[in-house]
Ligand binder design. Structure first.
Ligand code: PGA
Length: 262
């Protein structure tokens, strides 16, 4: 068994409606009722958080409720934003920060992502910090420097004792929603360098403990080899998380991969 329990997240993005989000949640809960050894979270759109929380609670599920984004200010005149306390009030346990669509579609900068990361971790919620390079950056050989910059700036002033609540998701932007997936070797290479950076910043014990998810077009047909890599500790799933059976199969693949790692 790997020392690190894998962690698989289903990021529903701006998909589903009131009916289909509930159906998806039920399918995931029922499909995973006999699966153990993996932490699982689902990230529904904000308007459905409370309804999905009820489904998870009523079925006694250990699946965590996640938020796709947060705002770092506690309250006030921030039209359209959602505070951490509001999310906690809805039963949210884990929040995504710095997802590539927040960075590249909405235009969030590293400094804002740092404020959000600090606020989430200070609040006691779990945080999944997403990082990754664009295709142009990869072609120019900047994959590792981009990951390093995004992680260093996001974690500026984050104390070591909060890192146990942090997961990093390495999600190459060119692989998200495109059907192109990193090779297992490329994923392992990027993940091991992320882990070394955490070692530099927080020491070797923290680096060995932190979970690093891979994200980007993971599907039941391509996931096993990536999840088998020594520094890949689960996945953050977008498109395939919208099909209950596919998501369940990806969680099972992560459980199997962890069992095969010594
Ligand atoms: P994808 O999305 O699986 O659809 O590529 C992954 C993500 O954005 O987290």
């Amino acid at each position: 068994m790997s020392e690190r329990k894998p962690f698989v997240g289903g990021n529903w993005k701006m998909n589903t409606n009131r009916t289909t989000s509930a159906e998806l949640a039920r399918a995931v809960v029922d499909g995973l009722s006999s699966v153990s050894g993996v932490d699982v979270a689902v990230f529904p759109p904000f308007p459905y958080l409370l309804a999905i929380k009820s489904i998870l609670r009523d079925r006694g599920s250990s699946i965590k409720l996640g938020a796709q984004d947060v705002y770092h200010q506690p309250d006030g005149a921030f039209t359209g934003e959602v505070s951490i306390d509001m999310l906690k009030d809805c039963g949210v346990q884990v929040a995504l920060v710095g997802h590539s669509e927040r960075r590249h579609v909405v235009g969030e900068k590293d400094e804002l992502i740092n404020l959000k990361t600090r606020a989430v971790l200070e609040s006691g919620l779990e945080c999944i910090l997403c990082v990754g390079e664009t295709l142009e950056q990869r072609l120019n050989g900047h994959t590792d420097s981009v990951n390093q910059r995004q992680i260093r700036t996001a974690l500026a002033e984050v104390p070591g004792e909060q890192i146990d609540h942090l997961t990093i998701a390495y999600e190459p932007v060119w692989a998200i929603g495109t059907g192109k997936v990193a090779t297992p070797e490329d994923a392992q290479d990027a993940h091991s360098k992320v882990r070394r950076l955490i070692e530099t910043l927080y020491g070797s014990e923290t680096a060995e403990r932190i979970r690093i998810q891979y994200g980007g077009s993971l599907k039941p047909g391509n996931a096993s080899e990536i999840l088998a890599q020594p520094d890949v500790d689960g996945g953050l799933i977008g498109g395939a998380a919208l099909k209950g059976a596919d998501f369940v199969s990806l969680v099972r693949a992560a459980a199997q991969a962890a069992q095969n790692k010594d």
